[in-house]
Structures are given as C-alpha cells and as structure tokens.
Design a protein around this ligand. Structure first.
Ligand code: DIG
Ligand code: MN
Ligand code: MN
Length: 386
C-alpha cells in the first residue's frame, strides 16, 4: 500500500535528500553524498525523478573537461536507475558574486554573469532532459530600499527573463520557465514575493506563454497565505507548470519540512485539488530531513513525503465518494435556477431587471450553511473514523 510508482511523478532535488544539515547556527551533520549516490538513494526509495541546480552537479569552478566527466557519470546513474530529470534550475544565490542579487543586482557585470551562468545551466538541464526550468530569485531582494528602486529591479528581472526566453527560442529548446515566489530569506525582502505577484509579472513579459509558476507550500505559508488559493489561481490561468511540495509553520523561516508534517488539512485539500483537476506535472518535494537524522532518516523523510501524498490522495477519493459529504455539498450549492436570468454575458436589460428585483435580505442572512458539519466530516475522514 502507498508504494510510490513512476506514474505518481514524485521528484526530489539533489539538494533535498543531499542536504547535509548545515543551518545558520550549526555545522553539517551528514557527509556530502555525490550526485550519483543521491540518484541511487532516490531510486531505492521509489522516486520517479531528480532535479538539480547547475552547481549541485557541476562545481562552479569545474573545467569543461571535468564538467563533461561529471555529467557522463550522472547520466550513467540515471540510465542504471531509470530516474529522469524533469526540472533544472540555476544556483544564483550561493556564490558571493550574487550577494546583491543576480538579475536585479546593481552591478551590470553581475547581471551579465548571471545571464551567462543561466544560459549554461539551461544547456545542462536540456542535455539531461529537463522540460521545465525553475527560477527562484533567492537573492533578488533588499535589506534596504535605499539600495535600488523597485522599478529598476522589476525592469532588470523582465529584461533577464525576456533575454532567456529568446535564448531558449533561439536554441530551439522544448523548455518552459516556472517562476518561484518567496517573501523573504535569504534577503530581507524578496521581489515578487508571492505566486500572485508572479502571475501579474508574467503578463508583462515578451513571451508570457513560455512562463508559468512553481508555487511552494512553505513560501506562501511564510507570508501567512492560503497555498491552495494561489495554486488554484495559477491553475485557472494555465500557469501551474510545476509545484514544490513541503510543509511549514506559519510565520517561521523557511522550514522545508516533510510534506504533510505540519498542516495536514491544508495538505489534504491541496492533494484533492491537484488530483481533482488532473494536474499532470511533477510532484516535487522541495524539502529536507530534520538535522537530527542520518541517511536512514533521510530515506524515512523521502518515503514519508510520498506516502503522505498517496494516503491523502486516497482520502480525497473517499471524501469525494462520501454520501453524507456529497449530500451536504448538494444542499449548500442548491440552485432553483431563478437567478440564471442574470448570468453572464452582461446585457443592459439584465442589469435593469436586477436593479428592480426584490430580495428577502433578512432570510438570506438567516440561512445556516452546515460548514461545521462539513468540516467535521472532513476531519473524520482524515482521522480515519469514517
Ligand atoms: C527554494 O525553495 C528553491 C530552490 O531550492 C530551487 O531553486 C527551487 C527549485 O525547486 N526552490
Ligand atoms: Mn523553500
Ligand atoms: Mn522551492
């Protein structure tokens, strides 16, 4: 039961199960696994794919010959295990060169270097078979707005993404971009802080059809937002190109906890949404094990992410089939059709008639909606007593 299979499209970044447990207040607690070891670990736990930042695989100072050797070894591990690489991205946040950002940095040489590094990383991702390219602007932000005008930052981000979309078109790559929002950390404030902000920004680009979003649970939670609502808005716009699953206590730094380990009900409604609408992309766990864990614990973390997803997927089927829940939903959404006359499209006749219509406002306010019963039934499905 709840065994991950390739069709579930569960993926992990090299940096997730490869996280060695360093944090702002402590040194690493686990040895660094090689990318090849990580591929084999992910195969052992039943993952479908592995994602990477360029430098998770190829050190930033590797020579072209070293790069080719590393990539060849990695490809061999992929062939041996059958894992695929659905997504790739660039590390534009680790090297000190990017301390003031990459695409939005005040130094034009840093901005140009970031473009160069990203083009090379896109080449690597495409070489490994990636079809989605994520942009997380971890350093694209400020600690003081004295440093740069947010309009300049937005223009620089737009120029960079337009340049890179044109590069992908020029190269003939089959690749889409997915922008990942985060409100803060490591910068004091990060530009384009939420998925909603990203959706608005995408419409200002030259090739908006190539660009979607990669919402992450922890990042909208950090901003105190309902993650499902952001995912639904992205889906509604046809922009849910990828998703980062994990968990997170509200108002905390980015904890990147195991999926479903904190907010079980919101994880349930997210899984139900993804399954109900038929989301066909990767279920990418951008998370890592507790610092207390050894690599057996890391495998427990990875298995837990996938098991919880599959258990919640089964609960969603049960919720959709629960006769009492469905009867309540039918009652809540009862519609005698009398208001259909005002339905879109607008006409001046409809507006005139609606302005003259009479409503029993008191009665409208007195209706009980049964949400307590409906939510309790949901909780009882999740607790396994229905
Ligand atoms: C952090 O949530 C970011 C980085 O891990 C990476 O660039 C991106 C891809 O999932 N998520
Ligand atoms: Mn995160
Ligand atoms: Mn992420």
């Amino acid at each position: 039961m709840y065994e991950p299979k390739p069709e579930h499209k569960f993926t992990f970044g090299l940096w997730t199960v490869g996280n060695i447990g360093r944090d702002p207040f402590g040194e690493p607690v686990r040895r660094q696994l090689s990318p090849v070891e990580i591929v084999h670990l992910l195969a052992e736990v039943g993952a479908y794919g592995v994602n990477l930042h360029d430098n998770d695989l190829v050190p930033i100072d590797a020579t072209p010959a070293e790069r080719d050797k590393i990539v060849a070894e990695f490809k061999r591990a992929l062939a041996e295990t059958g894992l695929v690489v659905p997504m790739a991205t660039t590390n534009l946040f680790g090297d000190p060169a990017f301390k003031d950002g990459a695409f939005t940095a005040n130094d034009p040489q840093v901005r140009a270097f970031a473009l160069q590094k990203t083009m090379r990383a896109i080449d690597l991702g495409v070489e490994l078979g990636a079809k989605t390219y994520v942009f997380w602007g971890g350093r694209e932000g400020t600690e003081t707005d004295a440093a740069k005008n947010p309009l300049d930052a937005a223009k620089r981000m737009r120029d960079a993404l337009n340049f890179l979309c044109d590069y992908v078109i020029d190269q003939g790559y089959d690749l889409k971009f997915a922008l990942e929002a985060k409100p803060n950390e490591p910068r004091g404030d990060i530009y384009l802080a939420t998925t909603g902000a990203m959706l608005g920004f995408i419409e200002t680009l030259d090739h908006p059809e190539m660009v979607g979003v990669n919402p992450e649970v922890a990042h909208e939670h950090m901003a105190g937002l309902n993650f499902l609502h952001h995912v639904a808005q992205a889906w509604d716009r046809g922009k849910l190109f990828h998703i980062d699953l994990n968990d997170q206590a509200f108002g905390r730094y980015d904890q990147d906890f195991r999926f479903g380990s904190v907010n079980l009900k919101s994880a349930f409604f997210l899984v139900k949404f993804l399954e109900d609408v038929g989301y066909d992309g990767s279920r990418h766990f951008d998370a890592h094990a507790y610092r207390t864990e050894d690599y057996e614990g890391v495998k427990d973390f990875a298995r837990g992410c996938m098991r919880t997803y599959l258990i919640l997927k089964e609960k969603a089927v049960q919720w959709n089939a629960d006769t009492e829940i469905q009867a309540l939903l039918a009652e809540i959404n009862a519609d005698d059709g009398s208001m259909a006359v005002y339905a879109p499209p607008y006409t001046s006749e409809k507006a005139a008639a609606l302005k003259e219509a009479s409503f029993d406002r008191i009665a409208l306010g007195q209706r009980g909606l049964g949400y307590e019963r409906l939510d309790q039934l949901t909780i009882e499905v999740l607790l396994g007593v229905r």
